[in-house]
Write a new protein. Structure first.
Length: 296
């Protein structure tokens, strides 16, 4: 047995993370309500089969997440999880138990994501530099290279958002985008099930970058708003089907197949699809033209 009380050779940080997450779940579920005092360290240690030093480390982690605070002569008091901005707290509230998604929290997250995405992308159009455009072009090239590999494409799709966040010239948008990535990790299966097929999705992103290149903040705002109005209901529906044990693609036409057939995909994506001309240069020119025609 190691000095931290772990008998399996795992480092103390890993065991402390396990204990901290178990306590975190009890706090966000309300089992340990706001104002309550955490159980004694020795009781928590016995429950998890570990040492008090590991429990103390776990409680320190909860303090970092602003979920608890030490109170002299009382113990460790539970704080309101809604006052914490920690991605781990939001993830626990989104998924209180493995395989379970809280619909109200998901609706709230999608609403905030849409608002931030619209503002971030329109600011990027107004403030982008030539270096930002180069980063966006590299992101599109990386996506184009992964268009036949759905898993790699999903991973690389984050590159465009990161480049847009940097293009705002506001470091807080970069931090918020990173926060969003961390919070959404547990929702990856939902996003994968409802995302349009890589080819039309790439076309929509290419149009977005073309609008950013033109500094067309109004066009960017319309494009992003349209996309979220299309995607959010599908994510909520996928979450509901997952709750009942149904598969999203088998229970209704998937976003990929519908987009491929030109049905129910965002209007801007359909408009862009008809103008593709093959190479990167032709794609950029046709998307710019589509943006101008749409504004008329």
């Amino acid at each position: 047995m190691t000095s931290d009380g772990a008998s399996d050779g795992a480092p103390s940080e890993r065991k402390a993370d396990v204990v901290a997450h178990a306590l975190l779940e009890r706090i966000v579920s309300g089992e340990l309500p706001v104002g309550a005092i955490l159980p004694r360290e020795d009781a928590i240690a016995e429950e998890h089969g570990t040492s008090r030093s590991v429990v103390r480390e776990a409680i320190k982690l909860l303090e970092v997440h602003r979920l608890v605070r030490p109170v002299r002569r009382r113990g460790t008091e539970v704080l309101d999880p809604l006052r914490s901005l920690s991605p781990e707290v939001v993830r626990a509230m989104l998924s209180p138990r493995p395989g379970v998604i809280d619909r109200a929290m998901l609706e709230g997250l999608l609403e905030v994501r849409a608002l931030l995405d619209v503002e971030m992308s329109s600011l990027a159009a107004e403030r982008r530099t030539e270096r930002d455009l180069e980063a966006l072009d590299r992101a599109l090239a990386a996506l184009e290279a992964a268009v036949h590999d759905p898993d790699l494409y999903a991973e690389r799709s984050l590159l465009v958002g990161r480049a847009l966040a940097h293009a705002t010239q506001n470091p807080l948008f970069v931090m918020l985008y990173t926060w969003n990535e961390l919070v959404a990790e547990d929702l990856a299966p939902l996003f994968r099930a409802t995302r349009p097929a890589p080819a039309p999705h790439l076309q929509a992103l290419t149009l977005l970058v073309a609008l950013v290149r033109e500094r067309d903040a109004k066009g960017v705002r319309e494009l992003i708003t349209t996309f979220h109005a299309w995607a959010s209901p599908r994510l909520l529906q996928a979450a509901e089907l997952a709750r009942t044990g149904e598969s999203f693609p088998s229970a209704l036409p998937s976003a990929s197949s519908r987009a491929a057939n030109g049905a129910s995909a965002p209007r801007v994506t359909r408009a862009r699809r008809g103008g593709s001309s093959g190479g990167r240069g032709g794609t950029r020119g046709s998307t710019a033209k589509a943006g101008k025609e749409r504004r008329r």
